[in-house]
Design a protein around this ligand. Structure first.
Ligand SMILES: NC(=O)c1ccc[n+]([C@@H]2O[C@H](COP(=O)([O-])OP(=O)(O)OC[C@H]3O[C@@H](n4cnc5c(N)ncnc54)[C@H](O)[C@@H]3O)[C@@H](O)[C@H]2O)c1
Length: 439
């Protein structure tokens, strides 16, 4: 078991600081991985839903010679829909995926990965650890969506594969796109340079009305139902504190240049209590405590009819900052003077920037991106929050990271059973703070 102890934490922070500067780590001489000058960069898409299809568009929109050559999805209809829109836009010159390179089911990812130089991983996050591990094993550069796991064993698998990716000099970009967005980069650079002193507190939010529901259909097995309606099952989604709020939690870790040592919080299902919402909560409020005593408060909820808020604020010893994905980045001192105001009207779309930067590095034979470790640790932070709200206890980072509670089903097959099952009335067990044990 990999233990991310304090020494490792210090060593990691050093490395991540180097990477945050966008330094070229080295050129890529590795046998097996795509190297500069090899011609067309072949990509494979694993998980052909909304975001995966979007990521494929963005990869194909880069100015490099990129071609989609293989696709894998659990479901044939999702793959077909994605293929149709990609082929419809680009035709055969950029989307050349014959029937024999379309892979359906739980095992297809291995064959799709084998066809490509770069893989786009965008299945539900529960599968990310196994998909990422396989991509690195096969020496592929990776773009993978956040979050990167839904439980602690999954995080440890991603951390191990991240280490292997570094040794193999495989570029890995993770879809925490605020890291590729100018207002965040420019504003946080100024915080790192000391513009508002040391950060001592903060608040991060993802409060919205919630997302889609995919209703149960006749003749679905339990596995198929959960896979279709994946948002509401923790083994697949991780709860919305992980699936969405990881974006804002990652900003807290970036601004603190650190990870929390513990968390405590509260959460429940209040508005969204129907059986179609599986087992996840609809609200979480967490206090993340960092080693220097800083407390970052995190709030996420899916309530209809309430105020939407998705952003981040932090207070330093000399001033404060407001950040949001709509290109805001503003620093003030405590007299109210604006120290920096990011005017980002013409900033590139961060979803496109991730791919532009990744494919530029690959095409030039540079090893530049190692996002997996810090993304795994920010995903871990969101899990720490979930463990705190589900249990109602204070949870320590080390205990959370080393937890052996494994949410994945024993077997992945359409007639196999997930670990969480409905009662006779179709309702799923939901965590009860004070009773539920999570780690
Ligand atoms: N960065 C962002 O802002 C952002 C935005 C949206 C989604 N996402 C992330 O992208 C991922 C996908 O989300 P989405 O909105 O596209 O969901 P989606 O349901 O539209 O797509 C998921 C796809 O994965 C397929 N799939 C399920 N299990 C699979 C498996 N084992 N192997 C291969 N394919 C499998 C599904 O059939 C589906 O087609 C999630 O991790 C989500 O958090 C990120």
């Amino acid at each position: 078991m990999k233990d991310f102890d304090s020494n490792k934490r210090r060593e990691f922070l050093k490395t991540s600081a180097i990477l945050a500067g966008g330094a070229i780590l080295s050129s890529i001489p590795l046998a097996g991985a795509y190297a500069a000058g090899r011609g067309t960069i072949k990509i494979a898409l694993i998980g052909c839903g909304g975001r995966g299809t979007g990521a494929a568009f963005q990869a194909l929109e880069t100015k490099h010679d990129v071609k989609l050559v293989a696709m894998a999805d659990a479901f044939r209809d999702r793959l077909d829909e994605s293929y149709k829109s990609l082929f419809g836009k680009y035709g055969k010159s950029k989307v050349n995926v014959p029937e024999s390179k379309k892979f359906v089911g739980f095992e297809g990812y291995k064959k799709a990965i084998a066809e490509a130089d770069v893989v786009l991983l965008a299945a539900p996050p529960g599968f990310r650890p196994m998909h990422f591990e396989e991509a690195v094993k096969q020496n592929k550069h990776v773009f993978m969506e956040k979050p990167v796991a839904t439980d602690s064993p999954g995080i440890r698998k991603v951390l191990a594969a991240a280490e292997e990716a570094k040794n193999k000099k495989l570029n890995v970009v993770v879809g925490l796109q605020r890291r590729y967005q100018n207002n965040y980069r420019e504003t946080i650079k100024r915080i790192e340079d000391g513009a508002i002193g040391d950060i001592v507190s903060g608040q991060v939010y993802w409060n919205s009305g919630g997302v889609w529901v995919r209703p149960r259909e006749a003749n679905q097995t339990e596995m198929e139902y959960q896979m279709r309606n994946w948002y509401y099952f923790n083994w697949l989604c991780g709860d919305h504190i992980t699936e969405q709020h990881v974006h804002n939690i990652d900003i807290a870790n970036w601004v603190k240049n650190s990870y929390p040592v513990s968390a405590q919080g509260t959460g429940s299902r209040f508005q969204r209590t129907g059986k179609e919402y599986g087992e996840i909560f609809d609200n979480h409020t967490v206090e993340f405590l960092y080693a220097d005593g800083t407390v970052i408060q995190s709030q996420c909820r899916h309530y209809e009819g309430t105020r939407n808020r998705v952003d981040e604020s932090f207070q330093g010893t000399k001033g404060r900052v407001y950040l949001s994905a709509n290109n805001s980045g503003r620093l003030w001192d405590y007299k109210g003077n604006v120290l920096y105001d990011h005017a980002g009207k013409n900033d590139p779309n961060p979803y496109q920037a991730e791919h532009d930067e990744l494919f530029a590095a690959i095409a030039a034979g540079q090893y530049k991106f190692a996002d997996a470790e810090r993304s795994a640790l920010s995903t871990m932070t969101s899990l720490l929050g979930r463990y705190a709200t589900y249990s109602g206890q204070e949870i320590k980072w080390e205990d959370a990271l080393n937890s052996n509670v494994d949410l994945m089903p024993e077997t992945l097959a359409w007639d196999a059973m997930p670990k969480v099952l409905p009662d006779a009335n179709g309702f799923y067990p939901v965590a009860i703070p004070g009773k539920t044990k999570v780690i």
